[in-house]
Unconditional design. Sequence first.
Length: 716
Amino acid sequence: MKLNPKKDYYILGLQSYASHDSGASILKFTKNKEPEIVAISEERLSRKKYSYSFPTLSIKYCMDYFGLKNLSKVDLVISDWIRKKQWLRSGPGYNYSEFDYLKEKFKYRKKIFQIRHHLAHAASTYYTSGFKNSAILIIDGNGSDLETTTYYKGNNLNIKKLSSYHFRGIGDIYEIISSNILRFGPGGEGKTMGLAPYGKKNAKIKIDHVLNGIETNFSQFVNRMPRTDLLSLKNPKLKKIVFKKKINIPKKMGKNYKDWAYAVQDLCEKIMVHLGKDIKKITKSKNLCLAGGVALNSVGNEKVMKLNKFKNMHIFPACNDSGLSYGLVTWAYYNIFKQKKKIIFNNAYLGKKNYQKDIFSLLKNHKISFEKYNPNIVADIIANGNVVGFFSGFSEYGPRALGNRSILADPRSKGMRNYINKHVKHREMFRPFAPAILEEESKQYFGIDKSPFMLRVSKTIKHKKIPSVVHVDKTARVQTVSKINNPKFYELIKNFMQKTGTPCVLNTSFNDRGEPIVETPLDAMITFLDTNLDYLVLEDFVISKKQFLPQKKNLILKLLISNRKKNLENNYKKSQKILFNKLDKNNFLKRKKIEEQLSKKEILELPLKKLIKFCKKQKKIIFYGTKSHTLALIKILKIKNLETNKHIFREYSPFLKSKIKEDIKFLKKNNFPILISSYEYNFEIKKILKNFNYFEIYDNSSRSLEDYLATKKIIC
Ligand SMILES: [Fe+2]
């Protein structure tokens, strides 16, 4: 691509489907100059956690930062894809949400470039690692083509895919157990990880699986993906079909409950270590880059590195889908625009909006008194047992608060953890808090040098000194703070150390239960007034709760909440005007109806049509697959006798290698058209048949024809 050396180029990255982690990034570059990136998650701006909404506000936020008035100034929009490589209707559910409607109305006129979901994750972590080469391990719920695990190798600016596994993975299993067995609700995986050390090994709990290289086969435990789509949304009976065996769901916090958390965490660590070993063997690299939602499992991360003896490990701070838009723009920068100037990644503070003016008016309008910020004073406040909301500089990208939108407290205090869980964050008592420690002191306390993004967990050496940031198993999820990384936070902790002898503070995200992390000074003030926080640091101002008599506090709070609502509505209106062609609710509902009819066809009727068409053409067919699926096909095709000269059934046995060898011999000998007769093992059978001519009826948007048979009366 020939570039104009004087022009500024803008790349916008967006996810292609409605996710609870949606957001946007814009990368700006001028030829041969260091690029600049701004990135934000939609929930921070919309104030709705797990909103599954189009990143309307995030796009506008990023455009505002670079002074872009409309989308015509954007040179490239890049997205991932999930079910099909298409911008429209790529979403996993096919239920045509508002997200899909907004994609249709999006004003960007040029073609939207799309890459695989896991490649975007890989780009986010490798291009920020600073490594010259690295093994790149991506593990998440699912990405393009229902990929769950992918191996890449990074070499200079090139990222090469090595292999991937589809349909089943530990990310999916972790989510299923967190939501279906432990019933934590959306995003509950972090709670499972926190609960796990309270559980123990329990012989009654078995998560059946087979590991073989990159393959993490859970087919004896759960059905393959996809399990949820338009069909399951319309028919709750289908949604329940997840587990292969009957599971005794424990009572919340009852017998076996904590042991389920222990079991899935233990398995996750085992699988992460196994995959780390495998990719190291293949790539022979001493460096490891991790991303995908599973890389939020900080306990697992530590084991992958240590047990496999990787020399260096890098995990992108927004390693879950919230970091996808960042991965997309960096990939485009190197691979589409072929730029060589390296992106320097020093910290995760990518929400680059300056809120100084908002702070002045907030304090002035509500006559809020304050003291000037001084690290010495705030260190004193913390050391005296107060809980402080700390708002400073640009917001963090990703799910962890790293000192700019944090709640801080004294880690030496035994009761602090329970106090904050109960009275400030209103959440489960078993949830741990993290220590933010001066980087140079980390080795002494935790035995690790660097963990700037709070994604490594380590055994605590001096656990008695900092009881409120040590988990029940004496581990801690560490954040190391350096002068380069965050000078203001560093100074504060340094002052705290000078007073107390302890080089760390308790750090947790600045939000109340069910709330996204605060983004603006207004959000911070609302959460400060609405919880039992004692002090609020807003950039250069320290505000004490003591000045607010209950009546005054409630009045201000009410007013601020109403102001925020108005601001948000205005912001939406402005953003929508810039980003979309005319939006109309009736038009949306009409489109929804049409698209859902089309989706139904695609997920059920298309495989059916393909099957009938194929079978009509053939004189002889070998059905290679599972018994129950083949019986369903027979019923649908109205075949009376299967083992005739026309229809041969060969049963596929997933875990019998010798039987598979025999199958291959059999199929070679009987040189007839082969129909893959399995939904569950479609992917595995395809691999076996790579040297044969075969016919498959399913793609990534299909549901099993067994479901069709079971539900056609209800849905079709
Ligand atoms: Fe992902």
